[in-house]
Design a protein around this ligand. Sequence first.
Ligand code: ZN
Ligand code: ZN
Length: 358
Amino acid sequence: MISLNPPTSNLLNVNQFHQFPPPTLRHHLPIQSRSVNAAVQSSGVTCGGGAGSGFLTAIGRAIEEEEYRKARAEVHKKSIDLDGYSVQGLSIGGHETCIIVPELKTAFDIGRCPAKAVHQNFLFITHAHLDHIGGLPMYIATRGLYSLKPPTVFVPPSIMGDVEQLINIHRTMGQVELNIDLVALDVGETYEMRNDLVVRPFRTHHVITSRGYVVYSVRKKLRKQYAHLKGKQIEKLKKSGVEITDTILCPEVAFTGDTTSDFYLDPHSADALRAKILITEATFLDESVSVEHAREHGHTHIDEIMENAQWIRNKTVVLTHFSSRYHLEDIRQAVSKLQSKVSAKVMSLTEGFKSMHS
Ligand SMILES: [Zn+2]
Ligand SMILES: [Zn+2]
């Protein structure tokens, strides 16, 4: 652990979550034109004013408004509330990823440094690509600025030395002390975040060394052989020093970061694939990018998730890391395609998503 000098005022630039959509959203969302046309056609309504005028009828306009309201509500959604957890943050492939679960005081990856991430005590870095680690120095500095306790930052052991060096360079350049508890956590190791919460990394399959993380709740369960005993007898046994409970780890939230679909076939992914919430990537969503291309770049194509749907035992799957080549409507369609294949609830994290087309 390293301590920190009072930070200087030039550290005050705290990044905010990106505001999205821009005021011109309405003109950028393809959802309207496509779905309105489909709806108008299916209801047999034709446009007035003669063929080819392009003028929508009152019904058409009403549908358009409704679609617009729905799309706007979707992009404005600040968090996904699931099983007692609210999954927040933003993720755009190659640009930035930071997923926040406030109930766990946790952020996964920090491509830039969204304001909400600063208040999370634990930060889990999956790999060293800049869209996942670029915001680390600002995260540490901003916590110091707010006099928050030093964060505990987990990194794959292979990058531990480089991360230490990076922070040292910032200390030297900025004449500040950056306060951080840096932990190299390897696959097979367990770290106790709270007495009822632990984390374990698991192997993922990217173009550089990478790790995913599963956060488990720790529960005590009365051992089977004592199940028939009454309260007083159990109490007596306990007082005599007999271990009457088993400790059970329940996978709550899993985050893969960037990975190919080999993640679904790796036996070490078992806990991630049965966590209540799986937050994973679906960088590519349609035939404009092949599965081979996705694999070459260490990413997952939505078609591969569909093919591996049988391995998904989660209650909810949150898709992230979409390429900016896509529109929100492409994401919506991909989610509903996958939803038809799995019993898990499929959602997408689109807050702050910026399409390169908008
Ligand atoms: Zn990435
Ligand atoms: Zn990456």
